[in-house]
Write a protein that binds this ligand. Structure first.
Ligand SMILES: Nc1ncnc2c1ncn2[C@@H]1O[C@H](COP(=O)(O)OP(=O)(O)O)[C@@H](O)[C@H]1O
Ligand SMILES: [Mg+2]
Length: 257
């Protein structure tokens, strides 16, 4: 069993009452890569993502992480193995500051590990580390700002910081640039580039300009199945990929990018 692929799916399939949303997907993500999962609306990207992150159980197929089956593990178990999904900051956490949000994520990490900190040392340690993480995503100046009051693009960066708090080996990002203006998109592209060093990233991304700038390898889904795989150059030249994208909003995005 080779370790060159950190994440692999074999025959991954999800049916919803007879409708096949994910159809026999064999995905191989190479360690250290930024890998994108793209495809027109309804292709099954979100469903694959939910299968990988344990939000949904597969109908058939296997998921392997570092060569070991994780198909039947729970989200917190795979997080402990280093496979971490980026979470949207929910309404509840919106009423905490950026620093508090990162601290909660750090506490969650401590709760699952075998470190026992002295209470008073622990708080200082958490604050220092939380500040470091905010700084890493360019949010030091937002430390004491309530999350609800942060601009949208900064909130998405905060989600990356809370993900980093769990010390991921591999990060799963679901449309990290969704709903962003051009300036925020550029900033998050740089951020993903920076935090991907020494890590593996798998991202679902609609914005093909982002994919072309960031990703080492791209898997194109259409109607639940893998249509093509390769570099951006390769898949964007593929006639079947072009056809699948015809008339979709992604094609229009690409045309206007
Ligand atoms: N919970 C569900 N029940 C029934 N059908 C679903 C469910 N989730 C997704 N689907 C269907 O599966 C297909 C793939 O959806 P999705 O994974 O959201 O695609 P994408 O993220 O690529 O736009 C769509 O046709 C969608 O309607
Ligand atoms: Mg989707």
């Amino acid at each position: 069993m080779t370790q060159e692929f950190i994440l692999e799916t074999r025959g991954l399939t999800k049916e919803f009452r007879g409708f096949t949303a994910v159809d026999d997907v064999n995905l191989k993500v190479r360690e250290g890569h930024i890998h994108a999962l793209i495809g027109p609306n309804g292709a099954g990207k979100t469903t694959v993502f939910n299968l990988l992150t344990k939000f949904l159980p597969p109908t058939r197929g296997e998921i392997l992480y570092r060569g070991k089956p994780i198909t039947r593990m729970k989200a917190n178990e795979i997080a402990r193995l280093g496979l971490v999904r980026s979470f949207q900051i929910s309404a509840v956490f919106g009423h905490m500051t950026a620093l508090e949000n990162v601290r909660v994520a750090l506490q969650r990490k401590l709760g699952t590990s075998f470190h026992f900190w002295k209470p008073e040392r622990s708080l200082d340690h958490l604050n220092d580390r939380a500040m470091e993480l905010l700084d890493e995503v360019g949010l030091a100046e937002y430390a004491d700002v309530l999350t609800v009051e942060m601009p949208y693009g900064r909130k998405r960066a905060l989600e990356v910081a809370t993900t980093l708090a769990l010390e991921p080996t591999m990060m799963l990002l679901d449309e990290p640039t969704q709903g962003m203006g051009a300036e925020d998109v550029d900033r998050i592209v740089e951020l993903i580039r920076r935090v991907s060093r020494g890590r593996t990233v798998l991202m679902v991304e609609h914005n093909l300009s982002v994919v072309s700038r960031l990703c080492d390898r791209i898997t194109v889904l259409a109607r639940g199945a893998v249509l093509a795989e390769g570099s951006y150059q390769e898949v964007s030249r593929n006639p079947q990929v072009r056809e699948a994208y015809m008339g979709s909003d992604a094609a229009e995005e690409e045309a206007s990018a």
